[in-house]
Design a protein around this ligand. Structure first.
Ligand code: AMP
Length: 149
């Protein structure tokens, strides 16, 4: 029989589990696609947030979007990279999660996202919550339940 994680687990606040904003690689509005590609390649991350000057969340940028933006008919037009701004190609239709939310909500959203961008009430970027971190906590919880049976 499978035991379900406790109600306490689902009500855990996400705040203690986020990677805080100062540790999150990001780009800013006005940065070029070339700069974003450099950051993505150097860090090895699949996607990174785009923030404005006040550190408010604006969108996500990933390598696929950058490559698509320079796809020519029969070759990749790398020379266009410095002219393209991240805001022209970033993804904006992504779910955000508030820092005051709980694991229950994060679990729902992390089914379709590798990580969630976390904001406060004013839209200020607080950090990210990754699927990896939440799965680790879920695994701990399941092992605890098994050991207590
Ligand atoms: P991970 O769970 O560590 O594999 O991270 C999953 C995804 O979350 C990465 O591919 C990135 O898109 C994003 N991510 C994780 N950590 C960071 C970070 N420190 N800065 C920017 N993005 C991150």
């Amino acid at each position: 029989m499978i035991s379900l994680p406790s109600k306490d687990f689902l009500e855990t606040q996400i705040e203690d589990y986020i990677i805080s904003s100062e540790k999150v690689a990001h780009v800013q509005l006005g940065n070029s696609a070339e700069h974003a590609l450099l950051v993505l390649t150097k860090t090895g991350y699949s996607a990174i947030p785009v923030l404005d000057m006040k550190y408010r969340f604006q969108g996500l940028i990933n390598t696929q979007r950058i490559t698509e933006s320079i796809l020519g008919l029969d070759h990749i037009e790398y020379e266009k990279l410095p002219e393209i701004k991240v805001q022209e190609i970033m993804q904006t239709d992504i779910p955000l999660i508030k820092i005051t939310e709980r694991f229950q909500k994060a679990l729902d959203l992390l089914i379709d996202q590798n990580f969630l961008c976390v904001v406060d009430d004013d839209g200020l970027f607080m950090g990210i919550l990754t699927r990896r971190v939440v799965l680790k906590q879920l695994k701990k919880q399941i092992y605890q339940i098994r050991n207590n049976q």
